[in-house]
Ligand binder design. Structure first.
Ligand SMILES: [Zn+2]
Length: 245
């Protein structure tokens, strides 16, 4: 089955991950040996947007869909976006690293651009509820109906957050909200999330270079759903958002 990895990182992390890093050619080999057809590539928390985009464009071995890391405090961000709008396929927001909620003012002009240009956004959701709760990006999605919002880590990478998020997504009835599976290893709860929110809301991701696709592909394969629903999770939902089908 075709697989698009909806969430990988390439580049160097800060001291949070002990300055660990990988480059594009590392990513190409891992993606190829994992049977991945293409991947949404995000930088790491050193915000090297220009470097990553340059590296991606200088190779032709593999298709990456470039995601710009939106750090409003990055002085180079606005000119980078302006000069590379056609190459930026996704905006990635990380409220925990930036210590601000996605609903906070500094993010709003970037959400405007994403909404206007039909660029899907990935919002990191985590356990820091005051800042990175899935409820904040859901508020954004409610207000901005044309903006497609992917809640990373199934809304928080913890069983109670993932299932709570799936229920909230279902109850909201929102059709512009998606749940990314990256880094969630508790397969039982991934199954619960898919049953609750529906396969049309879920997008596969591995969180490489922290995780490996081969760690997470079996979780989707093991879901108690039809082949057509697995196709939605593995590539159809993200393909639609990226307008590549
Ligand atoms: Zn990530």
């Amino acid at each position: 089955m075709k697989i698009i990895d909806g969430h990988i990182h390439i580049g160097k992390w800060s001291s949070v991950f002990l300055d660990y890093g990988t480059n594009v050619s590392d990513a190409v080999s891992v993606m190829k040996e994992s049977g991945i057809d293409s991947a949404v590539a995000l930088p790491c928390d050193t915000f090297m947007n220009a470097e990553l985009l340059g590296e991606i464009k200088s190779q032709s071995d593999f298709t990456f869909h470039f995601a710009a890391w939106i750090n409003p405090e990055d002085p180079k961000l606005d000119s980078f976006i302006e000069n590379n709008l056609n190459d930026i396929k996704v905006f990635k927001f990380h409220p925990s690293f930036q210590r601000m909620r996605i609903t906070d003012e500094p993010y709003s002009k970037y959400l405007d651009i994403a909404e206007e240009r039909n660029i899907p956004v990935i919002v990191h959701c985590g356990r820091w509820q005051d800042i990175a709760s899935y409820t904040f990006p859901m508020e954004v999605a409610k207000k901005r109906k044309k903006l497609n919002v992917i809640l990373a880590h199934l809304g928080g990478d913890q069983p109670s957050l993932c299932t709570g998020c799936a229920t909230a997504v279902k109850e909201s009835g929102l059709k512009n909200v998606y749940l990314g599976t990256e880094s969630v290893r508790e397969f039982h709860f991934v199954n619960e999330v898919v049953k609750t929110a529906g396969a049309d809301r879920v997008i596969f991701g591995s969180d490489y270079n922290l995780g490996l696709p081969k760690m997470y592909i079996p979780i989707i394969e093991s879901l108690k759903i039809s082949k057509e629903e697995k196709e939605l999770i593995f590539f159809r939902n993200i393909s639609r958002l990226l307008s590549i089908e």
